[in-house]
Design a protein around this ligand. Structure first.
Ligand code: ATP
Ligand code: MG
Length: 679
């Protein structure tokens, strides 16, 4: 079967940084054959207080039999990432340029921040951190909503060489406590409370519980600084109208209700009032740590990934520029929360390194209505939009009329990240949101990779729905079979990388052994992603899902992505997840969880139609043994399906393992209860 290929539209290609596959291949070859020249050219645009030494440009060991695994880029050079993101851009004349349009949970609540103002706030807060005793190398924990202050905190840390550790502000007090202890942070920054959609979350109260628990485990957080967010919002709406009926109207006076410990806690606005607005950057080594961040926990206990300054700067900046084809007048919007790696690299570091103007959004795609994303694109005339398949699938099910109400013609590039995007969702994104005029960047990457590693480039790559296509500059992927033999040409195997690029992680924080075991023990000499991939006849790479999620039915190897795409092609199905279950004869069999569209009932008829279509499209061996109705699926807080929990439900084993990153625990019980009788 020939895949459909979608060429980039001329208006996207014409002015793109990379306009043809010939240009792409030329640049790619240079990045592989001569990485020193390739990355030196890019590094020139940034400020290095101690210049880069070409002799010590990069070095690494990926083979545990030859000694400890390590990666180094630009050893000996010193710089400051905050200086490069703010001061350097201001010197280039971008001081009055908008860095962020901020759009609150409530559509009436919005603001903006210029590069100059951002630097002023950052310097003030850097001085606040210093006044709390934070020094170079110290960890600062952040548990904040999507407010502009989180950008300020991150950059203030990097200005003084402190290491930030952001914990997504949806995690439980227990998960936060573990991370506070793990990072041994001195200071925690949070906000009083925040609305996400109609839900009010009391962040400070969660922090208090977490700090108590951390103390029980022997780690005391010395200072907690609290942004007055909910109270500002209440005051804002009170001044606008006495009878504001929005979700925020009845939440007055939370200021007084915020739990407080005078010895430890202080308000952000009090701290900032007299803070000095100038702060000289601390020059740090390129290989000094920049931040630590936990993976999503889809496959097990999250790993605390450590990234360093120099290589991460180069890589976040370069991937942002090329993958979104960002031009100086564009408005870019990434919907990811800053609590995930996507937020780190593509809400904060990548865009600011390029002097970009971004939208930052506090709310959810469903509030006040399911058209919120499209309304925001229309409001800010967004040119590049970057979101996750889980959001696309969720919005698809509400029908086409919502995006159709808006003028989305400003869009040029549509990005996707987080999970394989099934062709059904890809096509909806392409047609309904992009009006067949945009390039889609299906970006494959991980917390560990720091930035995109396999991705199309908008101006040059002919797209195939569901394929992440080709490697980014400097990245050399290979496919290996079970025995570590290279798969040449067409085939499917373990996706690995045989050399580092500047943005790859350096270690698991405080546990280098886990780093080596997790990523380098399976195939010595290679970084193993843990994902499978297929290379087609045209050399395109298709991510097939986690290796752990592979299905082997009667000796036929299949990927979950393949079967799931087939199920979601059915017009009544929004989402599907497939896992394997041991079977006495076949070895393994397929157990499918299916979520129908809004308003569609799950019937035996639907189940048998689905079975039939899997049999026809994939083969009789792939016939599902069980198709279970799933009103929802267990997902990580970053929106990924946790198949390891579904595997437990399939065998009716209540021992579901680490659930600290599960978004909604209740769905697990519902699915156990919903197991069909014959299952
Ligand atoms: P953990 O490592 O704790 O199990 P996680 O792997 O989900 O969690 P992340 O680093 O947030 O944590 O996610 C990276 C993973 O997301 C990749 O390994 C891959 O499985 C998946 N992924 C990301 N982008 C894509 C994409 N475009 N196509 C397919 N899969 C993707
Ligand atoms: Mg992972």
């Amino acid at each position: 079967m020939k895949d459909d290929v979608y060429e980039p539209k001329p208006h996207v290609s014409e002015n793109a940084y990379v306009r043809s596959m010939i240009e792409y291949r030329k640049l790619y070859r240079k990045s592989i054959e001569n990485p020193v020249d390739f990355w030196s050219d890019i590094a020139k645009q940034f400020h290095w207080e101690t210049p880069i030494d070409r002799q010590k440009f990069w070095s690494y060991n990926f083979d545990t039999s030859k000694g400890p695994v390590y990666v180094k880029w630009l050893e000996g050079a010193t710089t400051n990432i905050c200086y490069n993101l703010l001061d350097r851009n201001i010197r280039l004349g971008l001081g009055d340029k908008i860095a962020f349009y901020w759009e609150g949970n409530d559509p009436e609540d919005y603001s903006r921040l210029t590069y100059k103002k951002l630097r002023e706030e950052v310097c003030k807060f850097a001085n606040v951190l210093k006044s709390k005793g934070v020094e170079k190398g110290d960890r600062v924990a952040i548990y904040m909503p999507m407010v502009l202050e989180i950008v300020v905190v991150i950059l203030a840390c990097s200005r003084i060489g402190a290491v930030h550790s952001i914990v997504f502000a949806g995690f439980s007090a227990d998960a936060l406590a573990d991370r506070l202890v793990d990072s041994q942070c001195k200071v925690l920054i949070t906000a009083d409370s925040v609305y996400r959609g109609e839900k009010l979350l009391h962040l400070k109260a969660i922090c208090d519980t977490a700090m108590d628990k951390a103390k029980e485990q022997g780690h005391e957080v010395k200072h907690c600084i609290v942004v007055r967010h909910l109270q500002r919002l209440n005051a804002f709406f009170e001044s606008k109208t006495q009878n504001h009926n929005g979700c925020n109207g009845d939440a007055k006076n939370h200021y007084d209700e915020t739990p407080w410990n005078d010895d430890r806690d202080s308000w952000w606005h009090d701290e900032m009032e007299d803070a000095d607005p100038s702060c000289y950057p601390v020059w740090v080594s390129a290989e000094d740590p920049l931040f630590m961040l936990y993976t999503s926990g889809s496959t097990g206990k999250p790993k605390g990934v450590l990234h360093t300054v120099g290589g991460y700067l180069l890589y976040a900046a370069t991937t942002f520029k090329y993958v979104f084809d960002y031009k100086p007048d564009d408005v870019y919007w990434c919907t990811a929360d800053v609590g995930w790696i996507t937020g780190h690299s593509y809400v904060i570091y990548g865009p600011l390194a390029n002097g970009a103007t971004s939208v930052m959004f506090e709310g959810t795609p469903f509030y006040p209505n399911v058209d919120r994303f499209w309304a925001i694109i229309n409001k800010y005339k967004v040119n590049q939009f970057y979101t996750a398949p889980t959001a696309i699938r969720a919005l698809m099910k509400y029908g086409d009329e919502h995006p159709q109400k808006y003028d989305l013609s400003s869009l040029r590039v549509l990005g996707s990240v987080g999970e394989p995007i099934n062709p059904e969702a890809w096509l909806w994104y392409y047609k309904l949101i992009g009006n067949e005029q945009c390039s889609i960047a299906d970006t494959f990457w991980q917390t560990e990779t720091g930035g995109h590693v396999i991705t199309p480039l908008p101006g040059c790559t002919p797209m195939k729905p569901g394929s992440a296509t080709f490697p980014f500059f400097g990245v050399q992927p290979e496919l290996l079979d079970e025995n570590g033999e290279k798969i040449i040409g067409e085939g499917e195997g373990y996706l690995v990388f045989n050399r580092p690029w500047p943005g790859i992680m350096r270690t698991v924080y405080g546990d280098h052994k886990r780093f080596e075991e997790t990523y380098f023990s399976r195939f010595p000499g290679y970084y193993c992603t843990g994902d499978g991939a297929r290379r087609d006849a045209d050399g395109y790479l298709w991510i097939t899902g986690r290796i752990d999620d592979k299905l082997n039915v009667s000796g036929h190897l299949m990927s979950t992505a393949e079967v799931e795409s087939c199920l979601t092609e059915h017009p009544s199905v929004t989402e599907a997840a497939v896992v394997s279950r041991p079977h006495p004869v076949k070895g393994e069999c397929l157990y499918c969880f299916v979520t129908p569209n809004d308003g569609i009932e799950f019937t035996n008829k639907l189940a048998s139609e689905l079975s039939k279509s899997v049999r026809e499209k994939i083969g009789p061996f792939a016939m599902p043994d069980v198709i279970q109705y799933a009103p929802g699926l267990p997902k990580t807080r970053s929106g990924k399906i946790m198949r390891r929990i579904l595997r437990k439900i399939a065998i009716n084993d209540r021992n579901v393992g680490d659930t600290s990153t599960l978004a909604d625990e209740s769905i697990v019980e519902i699915l156990f209860k919903n197991r069909p009788e014959n299952a």
